[in-house]
Design a protein around this ligand. Sequence first.
Ligand code: F6R
Length: 596
Amino acid sequence: MCGIIGCAGRGDATLDTLLTGLGNLEYRGYDSAGVALANESLDVAKKSGELDALREAVADRTLHGSVGVGHTRWSTHGPPTDANAHPHQDCTGDVAVVHNGIIENYQQLRDELAADGHEFRSDTDTEVVPHLVEAALADGADPEAAVRQALARLEGSYAVAVVVAGVDAVFAARQDSPLVLGVADGATYLASDVPAFREYTDRVVYLEDGEFARVEAGGFEVTDFEGNAREVTVDTVDWDPEDTGKSGYDHFMLKEIHEQPRALRQCLQGRVDELGADVSLEVDPDVDRVQFVACGTSYHAALYAARLFRSAGVPAQAFLAHEYALDVPPIEDDLVVGVSQSGETADTLAALREARRRGARTLACTNVVGSTMARECDETLYIRSGPEIGVAASKTFSAQLAALNLLALSTVGPGDEQMREVIAALRDLPGDVQAVLDDTNAAEVAREYVDSDGFFFIGRGANFPVALEGALKLKEISYAHAEGFAAGELKHGTLALVTEDTPVFAVVTGDGEAARKTIGNVKEVEARDAPVVAVTDGESDVGRYADHVLEVPATNQRTAAVLANVQLQLVAYHVANELGRPIDKPRNLAKSVTVE
Ligand code: F6R
């Protein structure tokens, strides 16, 4: 979603710093971009489309300023045009504002400001902010007070950064949308996300909701909205700038798929003991019932996790977070777990807040240290997969599955299985994923079916979420139509769509009841002439009915699901690559969805 960068103290490098920051934020998804630099007046440039359009627009202009802000916009109010791109300015051109989030009372404010003679140039909700600052300045407020007065009028969610002509500072504030400061010698940064400025510093301050920052070359000051000083902690990020580069891969997604063995090792490190008998997490082990809330890929991880708890006899259910918040189920001593790689998804945050309001204990299962979810929940389980830049989640999903296994093992035990066996399978998982990556024939399968009319994915039990995830991954990066089903469900309607041009990917691991029944479903689609791709560990004879086989090492059924998913990630990647799609930045999508 929208990205913010700001800096003070970079002198002649201000524009470069802003453009570099915007480049680092591209992965969040955007459709226009802009910058504003403050000197005695403001220099502003903004363009719809890719960042290169902005780079071109500033190439033959001189933009000066010792402080500045930049923004990548993901449209909410108004289409992606130059006029709607941020920064937005007031009538005098002396105030420029970038904003993430949604200002809910913008129409009322806009009507009021328009009645006072302010002229609007965009369709955005954001544009009310510079006009409010302008009005406060006209009433005699100093620049900082004017920004505070403007913020006091806003309802909704926002991270904003403001520059004012003639002021050597960036003003910033956070309410329900992330904002982080970067602290270096002689320069200070602010951004919606650490990768924006990571190459300049690893020292960060995560702002809390209701905090206001004055950012200057020599440092920063954090207060509440009323101006009372707030204490902050300077944290150090534990990853390097190179972790957010492509390391020779064509796409971040492919790099991140290949990073999964490392991500899994990091997730498991220090949490499973050498003898394979125990799991230690810093989580209260007292769990009677669990509700999971999540969206998208993380919801698939939640479905998988709920099953683990149920298999141990503990009532557990996974909910789509946006539905949960509207229709909260009864909460009786439940642990409510928010699963979210970013830790910032607005829908999931809303569900967790509602659960907390009703007295539930909450736990964030996330990748991002210092994220809102991590800070708001009672407990946090970090999945430790390292930064994920590709919009489509890959290594974070695998690490979520591993971390949620650890959560289940450390609280309610191994369920139907033996502790030692599950732990051994988890310990083998990084190596097993590596084996899949080394031996996969997913590219060949992708080439064979790239022009299909549609794709179906089926699986049962732990492989049902894998089927859902396989379809989602393919849809979002290749734009092909794909659907995932519990294998038994296909015949209840969708079988009507199955033809010789719709390959069916059947995830069949083990040789138990789930495998046997799924093979029955495979025969049903085969009878309709659909090509079948079996994703299997070879424990059953599903391969006999398949046109292609994507193999995974034989292991415990819980971890087999992770391996099968890696094959499907690769299929999605190669189909999208064959079709020439912008894999790391799929259309209309954003890495961190911070609006409900
Ligand atoms: C798909 C994908 C999304 C996210 C969803 C929730 O590849 O990444 O479906 O899973 O937007 O995001 P998080 O996990 O950050 O809460």
